[in-house]
Design a protein around this ligand. Sequence first.
Ligand SMILES: [Zn+2]
Length: 353
Amino acid sequence: MGLSRATVSATVAQLMDQAWVDERAATGFAGRGRPPTRLALTQQAGIAVGVDLGRTHARVVLAHLGHEVLAERAVELDETWQPSAALEAVEELLDQVVAEAGVDRASIVGIGLGLPSPVDTTGHATSLTIPPEWVQQDPARALAERLGVPVVVDNDANLGALAEARWGAGRRFTNLIYVKAATGIGAGLVLDGRVFRGSSGSAGEIGHFTVDEDGLVCRCGSRGCLEVRVGGHALVAQVAHSGKGISTVAALVAAAQAGDPACTRVLGDAGETLGVALAAVLNIVNPDRVIIGGELGTAGELVLSSLRERLSRHALASAVRSTSVVQGQLGERAEALGAVLLVLTEAERFVAP
Ligand SMILES: [Zn+2]
């Protein structure tokens, strides 16, 4: 920042007097001169809240500005949820985490909200894949008005990418693709260390890549989308005739991990289909890491090995050589943690109550 040592010391002393920052244990320092002091923001500096509103769940994470999670809660939602019911569920979860962490609700500086929809540059959700009542609406404003706190909104896969890049499997990688493979399929791109949203916020919507021109009709109106083949409902439908009585992706993954051949086949095939779609992305973006998150990501090598095989068959050899394909480290928490990071990094996009 070009500030003198004396100015920095005086400013830090002021912040420490007000208990906004405290000293942390020093990390290894091998340089010359006086070793640096590590400082972090404290709970006193404020609270950030991350909300992940998925198609079938709501999750709320409460953290202080020093990046420490203080409390976290999640509930399942009916897939046909209405915006008012979802906001009510979020407010209930927020009350619970505030009580659990023992913090003052007035100390919340902002809420990050993740939605399973592209979000345009004005914060409007633009997808046909969320409740129609919210399309072209401003969910951040609705939540900000309800809770009286500034809110910033983003697509859930972008948030997963942000969290994995900062705290998970994407640390130390500059260009990465995070795939959220759950009920829906989406991807977030981090390029040169920043989330890339495109000119209208729909970058990374790989769920509606055409993988089968004559395939089943998707809810977006197109045919044979990636999501129609490897989205949660599609995977469960594929084992419907195997007599296993499997109704969720989690159960499918558990059965495959226990050695069930039908479920193993479904996951292997899903990895292949995902691999063909991602090969095109690899050729365009040339990432140094691909992270598979969401429920399908929890299947690990059952999906990843066939995915890698398809990438090496369909993407340019140089693009394949320079990347690694791994499972997400943050699991189902990735999107809500990314929403916390959004509060910490993108305050300029807040919608005030
Ligand atoms: Zn589609």
